[in-house]
Design a binder for this molecule. Structure first.
Ligand SMILES: [Ca+2]
Ligand SMILES: [Ca+2]
Length: 369
């Protein structure tokens, strides 16, 4: 090897060593950071108010002490339409305080709603023919009273198209849950369904109650626990048993619901253990109307304030990017149709929503005062 060759080798050697070192540092930095999550607030201890329970418990209600808690969800497996992360509206976790209040132990039942209708002659939204001005362009003949009914499909379908299993059924209302030839005979203790927001509001007013705020509902649903995934704890099926009426098996296929939780479709109220505050069915059975407008960035805005928000009442107006002109209210708790295949919104911190005039056979409510 000549002097020239030796020189070249020496130059290459001294160039390559620092290059390898540089690449190593770059690579290890990348590896360290690739697995790192964006830091986000965590659940902090729930601090209940003490000794603030008033005397004279109203019938069918339990006292929720209120206090300070962490609201929201950071559950990575949360899903909708089998797509992870699309329900980020429950992020970030943020600190909230609510005053104490009374809450209905159960979802409002057919028996209770019938008493209200008997006393007032109230007619629900689903029982009224829709007004032409509310549905411009829809032929008059198609404007019929009715509501949305879950209609299982013949075979597996694309879970992104909810219209495949929801049908607007003429004649479906709270007395006729699946259409005019159905009834609620023998179903006094089932939750009332096909309730629009204003129906729930009218009932609450008559009963001397009101609809809960979203913060009240979540505080109550958590039952005093800090940051649990479900209203009963962190395990979906403790000792192998379902704790709520949700959905098992192939969704939304006819005969697909295996009813491992004991029920296909709706269940009578209070069939599972209550949560820490004595509330039943805060997860599953029927979705529950909330007084707040739905805004997908509401939690973000509260979180950015950096303060503990006291008794939040929801945003000034609704903000749902998929339907910007809709007047959208919050729903909470999920329903008998929630399944890990499609919608895991029986998770205690997760949120739902619906146009305020809309109703369906999986939407009901409960009241507070
Ligand atoms: Ca079920
Ligand atoms: Ca419920």
């Amino acid at each position: 090897m000549g002097i020239r060759e030796k020189k070249i080798i020496r130059v290459i050697f001294f160039m390559i060593i620092p290059l390898i070192g540089f690449l190593y540092v770059l690579l290890s930095f990348g590896i360290q950071n690739s697995g790192k999550k964006i830091s986000e607030p965590k659940f902090e201890l729930t601090v209940e108010n003490k000794n603030n329970k008033p005397k004279n418990t109203p019938e069918g209600m339990v006292w929720i002490p209120g206090g300070e808690f962490s609201m929201g969800s950071n559950f990575d497996d949360e899903s909708l339409c089998s797509i992870k992360g699309v329900t980020n509206d429950a992020r970030p976790i943020h600190r909230v305080y609510v005053d104490g209040f009374w809450m209905d132990k159960t979802e409002v039942t057919n028996e209770e709603f019938a008493k209200f209708v008997k006393a007032t002659g109230y007619v629900t939204v689903a029982e009224k023919k829709p007004l032409a001005e509310e549905f411009p362009g829809v032929p008059l003949v198609e404007l019929i009273a009715g509501s949305a009914v879950f209609t299982p499909t013949k075979s597996k379908v694309d879970l992104n198209n909810y219209l495949a299993w929801w049908e607007y059924v003429g004649g479906a209302d709270w007395r006729h849950p699946t259409g005019s030839d159905s009834n609620i005979t023998g179903k006094d203790n089932y939750p009332v369904v096909h309730i629009a927001f204003e129906d729930a509001e009218a009932y609450a007013k008559w009963a001397g109650k009101r609809l809960p705020t979203e913060a009240e509902w979540e505080f109550a649903a958590r039952g005093g626990k800090t940051g649990a995934s479900y209203t009963w704890g962190n395990v979906l099926k403790p000792e192998g048993k379902f704790q709520a009426n949700i959905y098992q098996g192939d969704f939304p296929v006819d005969q697909g619901d295996t009813a491992e939780d004991g029920f296909v479709g709706l269940a009578p109220v209070a069939q599972y253990k209550p949560n820490g505050y004595g509330l039943y069915d805060m997860a599953g059975n029927v979705w529950e109307w909330i007084n707040d407008w739905y805004s997908e960035d509401y939690y973000q805005i509260l979180s950015e304030s950096g303060k503990v928000t006291r008794n939040p009442q929801g945003p000034e107006s609704s903000n749902y990017s998929a339907e910007p002109n809709a007047l959208t209210k919050v729903h909470r708790g999920g329903s008998f149709l929630c399944t890990d295949e499609y919608c895991t919104r029986y998770l205690v911190g997760s949120r739902g929503h619906g146009e305020k005039k809309s109703s369906a056979n999986h939407i009901g409510f409960r009241c507070v005062k």
